[in-house]
Design a protein around this ligand. Structure first.
Ligand code: NOJ
Length: 588
């Protein structure tokens, strides 16, 4: 696997989606606090009032992250928790929460990656026009200064805005998200322009206030198109679709990322939006393009496209029955290969996958007390394998954050969706790590090696599951274990393990275990004083009869005969004078 040793393996969540404590310790309301109270806006009238109660349970949650092996955690700071009115008075108790959270993470060697805006805009500032107010970048810069002054002695990684496409497109365009506006394109893009200036101002604020050199990026969500076939025409079509600006929506990459990286809106976008495009000054564009260190993006799925005979881009529909998530998002792992490739080609910045994951409809606690989310394991492994392919081909990907560390409030969808690696029972707040959480821990510990389990067969190198199985057998020879135990250790089904083992080694797994045990016993029996019972026990056999039977079947001798013969041979060799085999060659 090509993951570099310092690859950042993390998981993410955001303040409103997990914290709860919506009005505690002096927190001011956010637009989401108000929006969730509007009848009909959120599925079954859910709110984030309590959510996962992470505000009170953060210590246990961090301990759980550490147990799972997480190396980094992407959290967001609630702006109105820190500044209840959005500007001016600082709420020390609110700021203190993040201070403690960061300490807790660091005490468990988990790197905090802090997002400054993940959609919970202060309601007080919304009443002053929100992102439509040209003052909004200054408000955001001030808020950033407060947070950075407090946390930057320990926090190094910052993300300014989370997915402007979403909070402008859904919050101001179709009204599905807070504040629930349905503005026309001109106003939506103006709000977006201010948000972009806010992004630049936040970078300036971080650079000037940070107590250590900071790594700064943002998180974009503009959509990925991938080629339906590997033909150069389809690849070109996918590139074009991924980087185009469409006049009817703000769902694109380049309108948002060109200004941030190049300092200008894309020509194609200015043409597409025409009169609706915002007026801007050179000074504003300079602020917007304040250099950042990495390009963060969330990728959950992609859309397959191909080139038509006339050269235009057409969507290549998936056949009926193509796998999809509970959200009905298609399972399209190649998006994790093509997205980073196209983005790097254009913006030439190191990439971080700030979110990737799936909402799974079958995530409930089973009779055995566990959550068996095999689909998520399959989803993440195939996505990660595609990301690995991009890395192998030279795309500079620095990190990957699973969305999400735990089930949470999915905005307008309420608690309908479960994206977590950890299941949350919202009535009891009980956390149950899903199978995928343990699996992801293995992936992290092996720096991606565990993904081998899922890599397609056909490569010569034995996959991780085989290597680890062999290692385990050798390291535990004196213990009694069977294939079921081995499979439980590898977190896979016994049949899967046996099949895979046979396929890659040509040997039956149970025969392999017996052979290794007998080889071990043969070494032990070279000691003439060792009792056969002891040899049996030390090579993991339940009793002497079974041991002798297997020994005989595999070597043609009983353990006693072997021991006697070994002794005779050894004694004979001790008494035979050493003679060169070919005396002529010695004298030549
Ligand atoms: C992106 C958003 O940042 C996050 O808040 C949301 O829950 C996930 N997508 C899943 O929709």
């Amino acid at each position: 696997m090509s993951f570099p040793t310092n690859f950042v393996w993390g998981a993410a969540a955001s303040a409103y989606q997990i914290e709860g404590a919506w009005d505690e310790d002096g927190k001011g309301p956010s637009t989401w606090d108000m929006f969730t109270r509007t009848p009909g806006k959120i599925w079954e009238g859910h709110t984030g009032n309590i959510a996962c109660d992470h505000y009170h349970r953060y210590k246990d949650d961090v301990a759980m992250m550490a147990d799972l092996g997480l190396k980094a955690y992407r959290l967001s700071v609630s702006w109105p928790r820190v500044l209840p009115d959005g500007a001016g008075r600082v709420n020390d108790k609110g700021l203190d929460f993040y201070d403690r959270l960061v300490d807790e993470l660091l005490s468990k060697e988990i790197q905090p990656w802090v997002t400054l805006f993940h959609w919970d805009f202060p309601y007080a500032l919304f009443l002053r026009g929100g992102w439509l107010n040209p003052e909004s970048p200054k408000w955001f810069a001030k808020f950033t200064e407060v947070v950075v002054s407090k946390l930057s002695d320990r926090v190094k990684h910052w993300i300014t805005l989370n997915e402007p496409q979403c909070f402008i497109g859904l919050g101001m365009g179709n009204g599905e998200h807070a504040p629930g506006f349905k503005l026309d394109m001109r106003e939506g893009l103006l709000a977006g322009h201010h948000a972009l200036i806010a992004h630049g101002r936040a970078i300036e604020a971080i650079r000037s206030k940070s107590k250590q050199p900071a790594q700064i990026g943002w998180s974009s969500a503009g959509g990925v198109y991938y080629p339906a076939t590997q033909s150069p025409e389809d690849i070109a079509a996918a590139r074009q679709a991924t980087l185009s600006v469409y006049s009817e929506s703000v769902w694109n990459n380049s309108w948002w990322c060109d200004p941030v990286v190049f300092g200008h809106y894309p020509e194609e976008g200015l043409r597409a939006y025409g009169e609706a495009a915002p007026r801007f000054t050179a000074a504003e564009m300079k602020v917007i393009s304040t250099p950042m260190d990495f390009y963060g993006c969330s990728i959950f799925f992609g859309v397959a496209v191909k080139a038509s005979s006339s050269g235009s881009v057409v969507i290549a529909r998936q056949p009926p029955g193509h796998p999809h998530s509970h959200y009905l998002w298609k399972h399209t792992p190649t998006a994790l290969y093509w997205g980073p490739r196209f983005f790097t080609e254009r913006w030439k910045l190191p990439m971080v996958i700030t979110e990737n994951g799936m909402s799974n409809s079958g995530d409930w606690v089973s009779f055995d007390g566990r959550v068996h989310d095999a689909a998520r394991i399959e989803f993440m492994s195939s996505n990660l394998l595609q990301l690995e392919k991009a890395l192998r081909e030279g795309v500079d990907v620095r990190g990957y954050f699973a969305w999400s560390i735990m089930d949470n409030f999915e905005w307008a969808e309420g608690y309908k969706h479960r994206f977590g690696l950890v299941h949350v029972d919202y009535e009891t707040q009980r956390r149950t790590p899903k199978d995928s959480a343990y699996w992801y821990g293995d992936v992290i510990r092996s720096n991606g090696g565990a993904l081998d389990k899922f890599a397609s067969a056909g490569t010569d190198a034995p996959p991780y599951v085989i290597k680890e199985t062999m290692r385990y057998i050798n390291a535990h020879l004196s213990e009694m274990f069977n294939i079921k135990d081995l499979a439980a250790h590898m977190r896979c089904h016994p049949d899967f393990l046996s099949r895979k083992f046979k396929k890659h080694t040509g040997v039956d797994l149970s025969l392999y275990i017996r052979r290794i045990r007998i080889d071990h016993a043969r070494e032990l029996l070279k000691n003439p004083d060792l009792l056969i019972d002891d040899a049996a026990e030390q090579s993991g056999f339940t009793d002497r009869i079974h041991f002798s039977k297997v020994f005989r079947r595999l070597t043609g001798q009983t353990p006693g005969q072997y021991q006697r013969q070994f002794r005779v041979e050894r004694d004979a060799s001790l008494h035979t004078p050493l003679k060169p085999k070919n005396p002529r060659s010695v004298h030549a």
